[in-house]
Design a protein around this ligand. Sequence first.
Ligand SMILES: C[S@@+](CC[C@H](N)C(=O)[O-])C[C@H]1O[C@@H](n2cnc3c(N)ncnc32)[C@H](O)[C@@H]1O
Length: 235
Amino acid sequence: MMVWLWILVGFILLGGLLYWLLVTTEGVFLGRRMVVWLYDITAHKYDNIKEFDDDAERFFVIRPLRHHLRRTPNPLILDVATGTGRVPHYLLDEADFHGRIVGLDPARKMLDRAVGKLHSYRGRVMLVQQTAVPLPFADATFDAVTCLESLEFFPSDKAALQEMVRVLKPGGMLFVTRRQGSDARLFLNRYRSQSVFENYLTQLGLTGVNSQPWQFDYDQVFGIKAEIGRQKAGS
Ligand SMILES: C[S@@+](CC[C@H](N)C(=O)[O-])C[C@H]1O[C@@H](n2cnc3c(N)ncnc32)[C@H](O)[C@@H]1O
């Protein structure tokens, strides 16, 4: 009887460990390839799981981006970990938006979904299969860089943020998310408090860094890359 009890406890513990490794933290403690593979095999149901609300996406994602870009006639934007093309889709759907956007993601099947959604915007969107580090772009290329709901799944969020700031033009906006809420601390040493996260962005040369509550699991975090003169003065 005792033996069966121990076997049962063992199965429960193993199940809990697998759930934490594969579902809660989406493979991040098993390496980059595991994360990408998990996104590849679940890409077909990603949009159904997320249930994006058009009005909420326009208000909370597109509006702050467009507000920053209001004086840039044809902006060039980079969306890191674009997934199924959430940011490109809602941005290019705006009738009076005349810019271009590059969506980058290592998961082929996620990008295939993005291609399906974005085919009518050909010429204004480019999709690149690639991880966030290193970014295959020259310094100071983009007017804005976005990265939504993804940083906690990267091998190094710090290295990725450094790359994003590098490819951002001075005066350009970084718009990323920080994992928070009840599951955030299950990411153990990968969890970043608001102050730690904001301080890191400031150290990278961003000004006006600020966080806004967004979803149950995420805050939005914004910052502007300092202009050249201020970077030199600060360095
Ligand atoms: C939760 S999804 C977010 C997708 C999209 N940003 C959105 O908000 O719908 C996380 C994305 O991160 C991508 N990803 C995972 N590891 C990555 C890495 N090392 N570099 C860049 N993207 C990565 C995955 O393929 C997946 O598409």
